[in-house]
Design a binder for this molecule. Structure first.
Ligand code: SF4
Ligand code: SF4
Length: 378
């Protein structure tokens, strides 16, 4: 039986955050009884060089007070991530600056070595490369952010580990795992490989709408923690109004018996935390409209994907013609025509990298008309 703790928290001010950090420390014996000299590495969500108030990155205030506790105990603390883009010191420095990481007083990762690994027990990710600084830890902490995500529906604890893959080679992983189901299993494999013992979600302010980078900051009002990232994500998804079937990582983790939704214990009444009007990205899948066995989606199978599928679409008035979407697209499905992106739909795998990395939010997830009607009905 797994335990998920949720703590109400409405601001990033010291008076609100410090008691939350104390509760998190109390939840984990290895933090409560931590010895001087312990090396703690925190994998934050630093998706892009964005200021904390945008709601896209782990807030520096939480990291600052967690680091303060650990530093006072004589530990070393390193914060790191590898967002999309190059994995180099100048690039990460810009990200650390923008995301407020320099306020945390922790060491900010400056080891940009990459390690290759074979993972025999993986379901799908038998070999992969990851950011080697993670190896220099006695305790690893997965400190994520709760937000919408174009491809996966939601980004929280499980998705956060995609940041263990060096940014430069992330598009290769979209190319290797173009199906959403496979991509979700790849993310799950990363989680079972690293076995992060401490998983925390910053959901004080998250992101709704066109996430994970171009949505709107939205107050959610809590911090969640658990040893089990899959069950943690399940609870977080309920808070923002998602069904398990709408988040492929949750769906697959249930199938792989890593998430036992019948036996999760929560320290508080979850009903107090629900956000009824959280603006979600309507996922590509029709599964949520079907019964438990997915009869509707099975019957409609391939046809449904064509008729009901969401797709990336450029809002031309917002587009500044920078070409970042074309550069990041793992399938080379985008060509720039008259300084505007043109998408070859036959090549597109709906990974939404173009949406995630558009600097002005011009690339968006477009729902089909039928999907809009179905969601309204739901
Ligand atoms: S066009 Fe966008 S969603 Fe489609 S494959 Fe390229 S990056 Fe992914
Ligand atoms: S990344 Fe965004 S702004 Fe840049 S060309 Fe693509 S859609 Fe336009």
């Amino acid at each position: 039986m797994s335990k998920v703790d949720i703590y109400k928290c409405n601001s990033y001010e010291e008076k609100d955050v410090k008691p939350i950090i104390e509760k998190i420390v109390d939840f984990y014996d290895e933090l409560k009884n931590i010895k001087p000299g312990t090396k703690v590495v925190i994998k934050a969500n630093l998706v892009s060089a964005m200021s904390p108030d945008k709601g896209a990155t782990t807030h520096p205030s939480l990291l600052k007070y967690l680091s303060a506790y650990l530093l006072e105990k004589g530990c070393s603390v390193t914060i790191g991530d590898s967002p999309g883009g190059v994995y180099t010191k100048p690039y990460l420095n810009a990200v650390y600056n923008a995301t407020g990481m320099k306020e945390t007083n922790a060491k900010l990762n400056d080891n940009f070595a990459i390690k290759k690994v074979t993972y025999k027990d993986a379901e799908i990710l038998k070999t992969f490369e990851y950011t080697a600084y993670l190896d220099d830890a006695d305790i690893l902490i997965n400190f994520s952010k709760l937000k919408t995500h174009g491809m996966m529906g939601m980004s929280a604890a499980v998705k956060n580990l995609f940041g263990t893959i060096p940014g430069t080679i992330k598009p290769e992983y979209h190319y290797r795992f173009p199906k959403h189901e496979d991509f979700a299993n790849m993310l799950i494999d990363l989680n079972t490989y690293f076995k992060m013992p401490i998983n925390i979600i910053d959901a004080i302010v998250g992101m709704e709408g066109n996430g994970p980078t171009a949505g709107k900051a939205r107050a959610i009002g809590c911090v969640l923690t658990s040893r089990n990232p899959f069950e943690l994500d399940y609870v977080a998804s309920k808070i923002i109004g998602l069904q398990p079937e709408e988040v492929e990582t949750i769906n697959q983790s249930i199938k792989r018996k890593l998430c036992d939704i019948e036996n999760i214990t929560i320290n508080d009444d979850i009903n107090k935390y629900f956000i009824k009007d959280f603006a979600l990205i309507k996922t590509h899948s029709l599964r949520f409209m079907s019964d438990k066995n997915g009869i509707v989606s099975k019957c409609l199978s391939t046809a449904s994907d064509k008729i009901f599928a969401n797709k990336p679409e450029c809002k031309k008035k917002k587009c500044i013609g920078c070409g970042k979407c074309a550069n990041i697209c793992p399938m080379k499905a985008i060509t720039m025509v008259d300084k505007k992106p043109h998408i070859d739909r036959s090549k597109c795998i709906k990974c939404y990298c173009c949406q995630e990395f558009c600097p002005v939010g011009a690339m968006q997830v477009k729902s089909s008309l039928i999907m809009k009607v179905l969601h309204r009905h739901k």
